[in-house]
Every structure is written in C-alpha cells, then in structure tokens.
Design a protein around this ligand. Structure first.
Ligand SMILES: NC(=O)c1ccc[n+]([C@@H]2O[C@H](COP(=O)([O-])OP(=O)(O)OC[C@H]3O[C@@H](n4cnc5c(N)ncnc54)[C@H](O)[C@@H]3O)[C@@H](O)[C@H]2O)c1
Length: 403
C-alpha cells in the first residue's frame, strides 16, 4: 500500500510534488503556513505558474486524494519543502525548516519517515532530527533523511519523475526508507548516500553552475575589452572534446544558483576561495551591464529593457539580474526606461518603469537592452533593431554562424 504523505510548504517544490503524488494514487495532505496560499489552492487555482500543476491540483482535490491543512495531519511520510533564504552576511536561514519541524512533531508516530527537501546547509538534516528527538522523546524509531530537489522551473512535473536523485539518511535504515519512497514515483535512478553527503551534493551542483557561468561572464568581459565576439569564442572552444563553457549573461538568478553557493562556502569559509570569487564576478557583470546602458541613457537614449525574469520563458523574478538591472536603471533615469516582460501583467513592485508590449516599446526610438532570452524576443524582426544601439547580454540577436 502507498504511504500517506504530509507535505509542508506548498510552493514551487511542494505543490507540484503534492499534485503529482496525488495523481499517482498517494493520499497527500498539503500544509502551508500562509492562509492566502491555502485559500487559493482550495479553489483549485495554483499560485505558481507551472505547466499542468493546476490541472493535477484540481483533480487531486476532486478525487479527495489531495487535502489541504493549516496544521500537519498524521502520515507515514513527512516532506518538508519550505524556503531556506539567505540572511544577512549570506548566512543560511533555517527558521522556516525548524518551524515546520516543530509543527509536524505532534503528528509523528513510530517508524515515520521525515524527508527534508529544502536546499540546506551541511548538517541541517541532523539538526532537524535533533529537534524532533527533543520534542518527541517518546519515539524510538524515527527516520530522518535529506532528499534534495534538482527540478527546473517550467519542467517541474517532468523532472520530478525523470531526474536521477539522491536520498541521504542519518542512518543506513533512514537512507533505505528514503530511497524506497522516492522509487515509488521516480523513474530516474535513486541513489543512496549519508545525509551530509546528500546535502553537499545539492550545494555542489548549484555552485558548479555558478562558478562556470561566472567563468563565461569573465570571458565575456575580457572579450568585450578586446573587441572579440565571446559567443564565437565559446562555440569554437567547445569543439574541444573536453571543454564545455557555459553561456554568459547579465548575471545568474533564481532561487538556487545565486543563493546555494553561499551555503556551501559557509561550511568552511577559510577553504572557499573560488565560490565567493564567482559571486563577485557575477556582481561585476551586473554592474558592467548597468554601466553600458547608463552611458547610453546619459547620451539621451530611451532604454527598452527586454525581459525581467531570471531566465527564458518563465515568470520567476526571484534574484533576477534582469529585474535588478532594469530597476537600477529606472531609478537612475526616471522616465527614460521602459520594460517588456510578456510573462507579467503589471510591473513588479519597486520597478519605476512602465511595462509595455513589444509593439508599444518599439513604436518610439530607443536603445535595446536584452536581458532575458525569452522565445518572444528571438522572433523580433531584425528590421526593428536597425538604427538602434543594442546591448544583447544573452547573444540572442546574433545570427549563428554555420561551419
Ligand atoms: N524552486 C525551485 O526550483 C527549487 C529547486 C530545488 C530546490 N528548491 C528548494 O526547495 C525549498 C522550497 O522552495 P520553493 O521554491 O518551493 O519555495 P516557495 O517560496 O515557492 O514555497 C514555500 C512555501 O512554504 C510555505 N511555508 C513557509 N514556512 C512554512 C512552514 N513553517 N510550514 C508550512 N509552510 C511553510 C510558504 O508559505 C510557501 O508557500 C527551498 O529550500 C528551495 O531552495 C527549490
């Protein structure tokens, strides 16, 4: 029989997981501390834009396999997917995780499995287990494990089942149970590890991407100073059988890549040299894009910022360099900046610039600052760009050279 699952935190990770598990026949009890989130979900509307999640949510509610709760009900498996933001000085904030652990403690019973899915610093799973042990000294067999997520926004439901994943318990038995649980719905391989290894794996993955994108961004700055096309350099260098340089951009964003490297560096600050350097390169690249656009604005140009989301074809603004750059320019050049973001209906809070359609933005003269490589921008007729200054941070308007 499938275990009952209580999921704490119904955001980008928890909601798709809850909806998917319910669609696979699990009894899922979704818990969120935000009453507005619960009210919206109860009406069958998802509060995140993610393909197919709303349909599965609606089906789960209709079949009764997915129920919504303010407090965690008893279950065999508890899954924690609450935020783990960065605090001051880039220190990881675990308060939401501990609050979730405190909330679920009264519902626990012998042999339950508690899975921490929130991206966490090394040692967080052990701290959750210690907290639960202190709150429920009556329980002798509680299994606690870490099960990091590696899904890509926009493809979450697919990647939840298709990706290989790692599950790391605090004991071999907890690892075995966590691996067995994920194998109930994951088609990719589920690999066991100890909890600290699994925690570090997740952080290493995102730090890898951050460091390598920083390398690409550093190359872009060097190439620009030399008058060389960095995209051509990368395309040609990547013909080397053991080279795979990532793509430069205006900086990295999103909840993971811009945040998680700090969690890793925090584990041993004296040893972490490359990771903080990559973060510094990222900040320098953002500043460089702002400086180039500011030079155009100072010369009197109207600035058309294309894209606010942190990556192509999503509405996610978290840690978005595009939004940060547009916001900084709009603040510095009031009335001179407009933004185009086809995935938003209104300008985000803090952005003092009107949100226009492409047609409206291009109806008047102005320089173009391409910040997000949305598919809609790739279709902009090249004639619209003629006679305008263009800063293309993503290489979207380049005509790919064929060999
Ligand atoms: N979004 C991603 O693509 C992604 C990918 C991999 C890992 N992660 C990690 O997963 C975790 C969750 O991220 P997310 O993107 O789903 O966050 P989110 O902000 O979209 O959602 C988190 C939800 O948790 C709720 N919440 C906060 N505290 C709570 C509590 N004590 N009890 C119950 N609910 C609570 C919030 O109201 C919110 O609805 C983070 O650690 C994140 O780093 C996210």
């Amino acid at each position: 029989m499938l275990p009952r699952v209580t999921i704490l935190g119904l955001g980008y990770i928890g909601l798709p997981t809850a909806a998917l598990l319910a669609s696979r026949g699990f009894r899922v009890q979704g818990v969120d501390s935000n009453p507005a989130v619960l009210a919206r979900l109860a009406s069958g509307r998802a509060h995140i834009a993610e393909p197919e999640v709303e349909a599965l949510l609606e089906r789960g509610l209709r079949t009764g396999l997915l129920t919504l709760h303010a407090e965690p009900p008893p279950a065999e498996v508890f899954l924690i997917a609450v935020p783990t933001p960065l605090g001051p000085d880039h220190a990881p904030v675990l308060e939401h995780v501990f609050a979730a652990a405190r909330a679920l403690a009264p519902a626990l019973a012998e042999e339950n499995l508690v899975l921490l899915e929130s991206t966490s610093p090394i040692g967080a799973t052990a701290r959750v287990a210690a907290l639960l042990g202190a709150l429920r000294p009556d329980l002798s067999a509680l299994h606690v494990a870490y099960g990091p997520e590696r899904v890509l926004p926009g493809r979450i439901l697919t990647e939840l089942t298709e990706n290989d994943r790692v599950a790391g318990g605090l004991t071999p038995e907890a690892t075995r149970r966590a691996v067995d649980f994920y194998r109930l719905f994951v088609r990719g391989a589920v690999l066991g590890a100890d909890a600290a290894t699994a925690e570090m794996v997740k952080l290493a993955e995102n730090a890898f991407r951050d460091v390598n994108i920083a390398f690409a961004n550093e190359l872009s700055l060097i190439a620009e100073a030399q008058g060389i096309d960095v995209w051509r350099v990368i395309a040609l260098a990547n013909r080397h059988p053991r080279v795979n340089i990532l793509r430069p951009g205006p900086g990295v964003g999103g909840h993971c890549i811009a945040v998680d490297p700090w969690f890793l560096a925090a584990a041993a600050p004296e040893a972490a040299r490359l990771i903080p350097a990559a973060r510094a390169v990222d900040a320098a690249k953002r500043a460089h894009v702002i400086a180039r656009a500011a030079a155009l604005a100072e010369a009197g140009e109207r600035l058309i910022c294309l894209g606010l989301a942190f990556k192509a074809d999503v509405d996610d603004l978290r840690e978005s360099p595009a939004l940060a750059i547009a916001t900084a320019l709009a603040r510095r050049f009031p009335g001179q900046v407009v933004a185009v973001e086809p995935h938003l209906a209104a300008p985000p809070e803090g952005l003092a610039a009107p949100l226009l359609t492409l047609e409206q933005a291009f109806a008047a003269p102005g320089a173009v600052l391409l910040l997000t490589d949305h598919a809609a921008f790739a279709r902009i007729p090249r004639a619209w760009l003629e006679g305008r200054a263009v800063i293309d941070t993503r290489g979207l308007f380049r005509d790919e050279e064929t060999e």
